[in-house]
Design a protein. Structure first.
Length: 694
C-alpha cells in the first residue's frame, strides 16, 4: 500500500508544483514566476544539482527571497537523500514568522516538508510543535495554500495517533475533513479533489495500522464520495492517476473488511483491486502482499514478493533499514509460511548483507545531521556572544559618558578662573571644526559632481540602448507592425527587433534576467546576434540554437534571456516560430498554444531548440510582450494579470498595431496608479494582411 500511496503522491506533487501548464487543469494564479517554473522543471526532471545552482543564482540576483530559495534547496537536498542539509534549509525558510505575502506559500511548503521529515524520523513532538506554529502563523497571516493547510491538520493527527492520543488525533482529522469540504464548496478543482482523496486515503491507512477497522472503512467511504467528481474532471486526461487512487481505495476496503471479519466483502474488494491497471505493475503486486499476508494466502504473497529486488533497483539507489523492516522481513515471513525454505534462506542472507551497509549509512546520516545541528548551534552561540559584547560596550560607553559629565561640572567649579583659557581653546577647536566642515563640504560637492556624471553617463547609455531597437517600422502593404520598449530604470534588459527581407519578416521580443547595467550589456549582445542571424535567412529554431551557443559561452554570471523569435511570410501568411522560455503571445485574444517548452537562451550551451509553425496568420492580430505587462504591480501589490490582458485584447479587434500598443501602455500606467514600475515593459503588435499583388 505504501507504494501505491507514493505513486499517488507523485501525481499530487505534479499538480502542486505547477506541472500542468496554462492549458491544463490548474492555474498558478500569479504565484509562480518564470524563475519558479525553471527550478520546478529541474526538480521534476531530477536535475537536482541544477535546481540548487538556480536557487543560489536567483537569490543572488534578487529574483528569489531567502525563504523561497531555501524552500527549493530543501526540496533538492531531500530528493538527493541529504536529510540533514534538507532539514536545515527548511528550518531557515520557516525561521521568519512573518514572511512576505508573495512567499507565504513557500513558508507553508517548507514548514509542511520539515514537519513530515520530523514525523518520519520519529520526532512526533517536534513535528507537532512545528505544525502548530505554522498553522498559527497561517491563521494570523491568511491561508495562501489550502492544500498545505489540509496536510498540516492531517499531520498533527498522525503525530497525536503515534503519541497515543486518539481523541486529539480524531479532532485534527475531522478539521482536515472540514477544510477539504469548505475548499470544495468554494472551488471544486482537481487540486482540491486530489488533496481530499490523498488525505482521506492516508488517514484510512493510519487507522488500519492501529487496527481500527471501522474508522478506516468510514474514511474509505469519504474517499469514495470524491471519486466520481475526480474521474469526471480529469479521468480522461490522466487515467493512470484515477486508476492508482481506485486501486489504493480497493485495497484499504479489502484490509478493513478482513479486520472486521467480513471475508466475502474483503475478497470482492480485493478482486476490484486486481481489475485495476496498477495492480499489474511490480509495485502494485508488492502492495497486494499486505492483504495476502493478513488473509494467510502465503503462496500468493511469496509470488508477489518475487520481484522485490527488481523494484528496489528501479526506485532506490541503496537499501535502508526502513526497506529491510518494511519489505524484506515481510518477504522472509511470506516464504517461510509458504514452505519455501530455499527462498527464505536466500532472503535471510540478503537481509544479513544489507543490514551492515544500511546501518553504516544510517550512522553516517545521523552523524552528519548532528554535525549540522552542532554547526548551527555554534553559529547561534557566536551571535549571542557578539550581541553580549556589543551590550557590554554600550554599557561601558554610557558609564564613561556619565563620568565625563560629572568630571566636567567638578572641573568647572574648581577651575572657574581658567574659563578664559578654556574659551580660547574652544575657539581654536571651533576653527578646526570649521576647517573640517569646509573639507567635508568640498568632498560633498565632489560626490554630487560624481553622481551627476554617473547619471549623465546612464542617460547616454539609455540613449545608446534605445538606439539599438528600431524606432521606425515598415510602411508597406500586407503588414501592420509597431513596438515600444520602456525600461524600469535608466537602462534595462528588454529588447525587440525585426528584419524585413522582401516578403520575409523576422521579429523577436526578449527579456534578460536581472536589471540594470549587466542586463543591458547582455541585451545588447542578444540584439546584435538576432540581427546577424536574421540576415542569414535561417529558421527561428536554428537561430535560437546558434544564439544560445554564443550567449552560454563564458557566461560565468549565469545570466539568461527569454525570447520569442518569429518568421512571417507576407506572401503565404505562414508563421514559423520558436519560443525560448518566454510568455506565450496573444493571438486574437487567446494565448498561443505551445507544443514545446524550450529553455531560455544562455543556460546550456549544447541545448537544441524546437520550432513550431502556423500555416496562415493573415488577418490575425499577434501581441508579443514581456512580463512587465502582466506582472505590473499597483500600490496594493496586485498584479495586472492575464485575465485583464485578455479582456483588453478581445476589445482591440478594430485597432491597428500602434493603437493596440498605446491602449495597453495607458492601461498599465492607469493600473499602477503612481507606483514605480517593477520591471521593464516591452510590447510588439503585428498583423499580416492579404493584399492584391496586381
Amino acid at each position: 500500500m505504501k507504494k501505491i500511496v507514493l505513486i499517488a503522491m507523485s501525481i499530487l506533487t505534479l499538480f502542486a508544483c505547477g506541472g500542468v501548464g496554462r492549458n491544463g487543469l490548474l492555474q498558478n494564479d500569479g504565484k509562480f514566476s518564470r524563475a519558479d517554473t525553471l527550478i520546478r522543471e529541474a526538480l521534476g526532471t531530477r536535475d537536482y544539482q541544477r535546481a540548487l545552482a538556480l536557487a543560489d543564482s536567483l537569490e543572488q540576483t534578487g529574483d528569489f527571497s531567502s525563504v523561497r530559495a531555501d524552500n527549493y534547496r530543501g526540496d533538492a537536498y531531500s530528493s538527493l537523500g541529504r536529510r540533514a542539509e534538507s532539514k536545515e534549509c527548511y528550518r531557515r525558510a520557516t525561521a521568519d514568522n512573518s514572511p512576505a505575502t508573495r512567499d507565504l506559500w513557500c513558508y507553508q511548503e517548507a514548514g509542511n516538508s520539515l514537519a513530515k521529515r520530523l514525523y518520519l524520523d520519529g520526532d512526533y513532538e517536534g513535528a507537532l510543535r512545528l505544525a502548530m506554529d505554522i498553522m498559527a502563523n497561517i491563521d494570523l497571516l491568511g491561508t495562501d495554500n489550502e492544500g498545505n493547510s489540509v496536510g498540516l491538520d492531517a499531520l498533527m493527527g498522525y503525530c497525536y495517533q503515534a503519541l497515543g492520543k486518539p481523541r486529539q488525533a480524531k479532532e485534527n482529522y475531522e478539521r482536515a475533513y472540514r477544510r477539504v469540504r469548505q475548499w470544495l464548496e468554494r472551488d471544486s478543482s482537481a487540486m482540491a479533489l486530489l488533496w481530499g482523496v490523498e488525505t482521506y486515503n492516508t488517514i484510512s491507512e493510519k487507522y488500519l495500522e492501529n487496527h481500527e477497522y471501522d474508522e478506516a472503512m468510514r474514511w474509505a467511504d469519504r474517499t469514495d464520495s470524491l471519486m466520481p467528481a475526480l474521474t469526471e474532471l480529469y479521468g480522461s486526461r490522466f487515467p493512470e492517476g484515477v486508476d492508482t487512487y481506485r486501486g489504493a481505495l480497493a485495497l484499504i476496503r479489502a484490509r478493513a473488511a478482513l479486520g472486521q471479519g467480513r471475508k466475502d466483502y474483503a475478497e470482492r474488494a480485493f478482486a476490484d483491486y486486481n481489475r485495476t491497471d496498477c495492480s499489474k505493475t511490480i509495485g502494485g503486486r508488492i502492495c497486494a502482499t499486505n492483504y495476502l499476508m493478513t488473509a494467510q494466502r502465503y503462496e500468493e504473497a511469496a509470488d508477489c514478493y518475487a520481484e522485490t529486488d527488481q523494484f528496489m533497483k528501479q526506485h532506490y539507489a541503496d537499501i535502508t533499514l526502513d526497506h529491510i523492516q518494511e519489505t524484506y522481513i515481510p518477504k522472509l515471513r511470506a516464504n517461510l509460511y509458504a514452505g519455501r525454505k530455499d527462498s527464505a534462506l536466500y532472503v535471510a542472507r540478503q537481509i544479513t548483507e544489507f543490514y551492515d551497509s544500511a546501518l553504516t549509512r544510517y550512522k553516517r546520516s545521523e552523524a552528519a545531521e548532528l554535525a549540522t545541528v552542532y554547526d548551527t548551534q555554534g553559529k547561534e552561540r557566536k551571535i549571542v556572544e557578539q550581541q553580549a559584547d556589543l551590550l557590554r560596550q554600550r554599557l561601558w560607553g554610557i558609564a564613561g559618558a556619565l563620568v565625563l559629565i560629572v568630571f566636567f561640572f567638578l572641573a568647572y567649579d574648581l577651575h572657574r578662573r581658567r574659563a578664559r583659557r578654556r574659551l580660547a581653546a574652544a575657539h581654536a577647536d571651533l576653527q578646526t571644526a570649521h576647517a573640517d566642515l569646509q573639507t567635508a563640504y568640498d568632498k560633498l560637492e565632489e560626490t554630487i559632481a560624481a553622481k551627476e556624471r554617473i547619471e549623465s553617463e546612464l542617460r547616454i547609455a539609455r540613449g545608446i540602448q534605445m538606439s539599438m531597437v528600431p524606432s521606425s517600422f515598415p510602411d508597406c502593404d500586407g503588414l501592420d507592425l509597431y513596438a515600444e520598449m520602456t525600461p524600469a530604470k535608466e537602462v534595462g534588459g528588454d529588447l525587440y527587433g525585426y528584419v524585413l527581407d522582401g516578403a520575409r519578416l523576422y521579429f523577436c521580443v526578449g527579456d534578460v534576467s536581472g536589471k540594470g547595467v549587466p542586463a543591458s550589456l547582455f541585451m545588447a549582445q542578444t540584439a546584435r546576434l538576432f540581427q546577424t542571424f536574421a540576415k542569414e535567412g535561417i529558421m527561428p529554431a536554428d537561430m535560437a540554437t546558434r544564439m544560445n551557443r554564443e550567449l552560454a559561452e563564458n557566461n560565468e554570471r549565469g545570466m539568461f534571456v527569454t525570447m520569442f523569435i518569429g518568421l512571417a511570410d507576407l506572401d503565404t501568411g505562414s508563421l514559423d516560430y520558436c519560443n525560448c522560455g518566454h510568455n506565450p503571445p496573444v493571438v486574437d485574444g487567446t494565448f498561443l498554444q505551445m507544443a514545446y517548452q524550450n529553455l531560455p537562451l544562455g543556460l546550456w550551451e549544447d541545448y537544441t531548440f524546437q520550432g513550431e509553425r502556423m500555416e496562415d496568420v493573415r488577418n490575425r492580430r499577434l501581441l508579443i510582450y514581456t512580463d512587465g505587462l502582466n506582472e505590473a504591480m499597483n500600490p496594493a501589490n496586485e498584479q495586472f494579470g492575464d485575465e485583464r490582458l485578455m479582456q483588453l485584447m478581445q476589445q482591440a479587434a478594430s485597432l491597428n498595431a500602434h493603437q493596440v500598443i498605446d491602449m495597453l501602455s495607458k492601461a498599465v500606467a492607469q493600473f499602477r496608479d503612481g507606483a514605480e514600475p517593477n520591471d521593464d515593459l516591452t510590447l510588439m503588435a503585428l498583423c499580416v494582411k492579404p493584399f492584391n499583388k496586381s
